[in-house]
Design a protein around this ligand. Structure first.
Ligand code: S3P
Length: 194
């Protein structure tokens, strides 16, 4: 007789697996909520929240727009790769990555070594509204930001998909709920692999 699949909540997972939680790596396009969902996931798990963009800014002592202006995108990618490489081997972290961190093969390898890779995704229009809001994303400072956004998004989608252990669509849930559901899905994946 088929046995009904036991539904286990994020809280139950946390009780059962304290001390054995993997790292969580959040990837996804600008505006998908990596930082906000990541911070909530960090509170839920007790893992330290780490953001590659923040590490880049700290390492360079200047903002991302300033780094792009001074060193171009490739200069920024070099620093991003260095920062990511330094994170391989760390434990107890929720890592939020810049939207383009998946572009380099070395980074994709590093991300997979660091932890369970979760692709946070949303409706393109939602992503665009959030991404454009801050006015601080150098890649969107073009004559037609929406067109640039659409081109980048469709070029990157297959790469997010290839790196991710799973995709989570956060369109219909708030950030707290997204963090809980990501945790549940990650723990289900981990228990299937064990
Ligand atoms: C980038 C995304 C940004 C930041 C940089 C480049 C990208 O991070 O790393 O502006 O290439 O998509 P967020 O995804 O956090 O906005």
């Amino acid at each position: 007789m088929p046995v009904a699949r036991k539904m286990i909540s994020a809280d139950a997972w946390l009780c059962e697996s304290r001390g054995m939680l993997p790292n969580f790596v959040l990837i996804g396009f600008m505006g998908c909520g990596k930082s906000s969902v990541g911070r909530r996931l960090s509170s839920l798990t007790g893992h330290r929240f780490v953001d590659t963009d923040e590490l880049v800014v700290k390492a360079e002592g200047r903002s991302i727009p300033q780094i792009f202006a001074a060193c171009g995108e490739e200069g920024f990618r070099e620093i991003e790769q260095r920062v990511l490489g330094d994170l391989v081997g760390v434990a107890g972290v929720v890592l939020s990555t810049g939207g383009g961190a998946i572009l380099r093969e070395a980074n994709r390898e590093a991300l997979k070594k660091i932890g369970i890779v979760v692709w946070l995704d949303s409706e393109p229009s939602t992503l665009f509204e959030r991404a454009i809001r801050s006015g601080k994303r150098p890649l969107l400072q073009t004559p037609n930001p929406r067109e640039t956004f659409d081109q980048l998004l469709s070029a990157r989608r297959p790469t997010y998909e290839s790196v991710a252990d799973f995709r989570f669509d956060s369109s219909l849930v708030d950030q707290e709920e997204a963090a809980r559901k990501v945790l549940e899905q990650a723990m289900r994946l981990q228990s299937r692999r064990a």
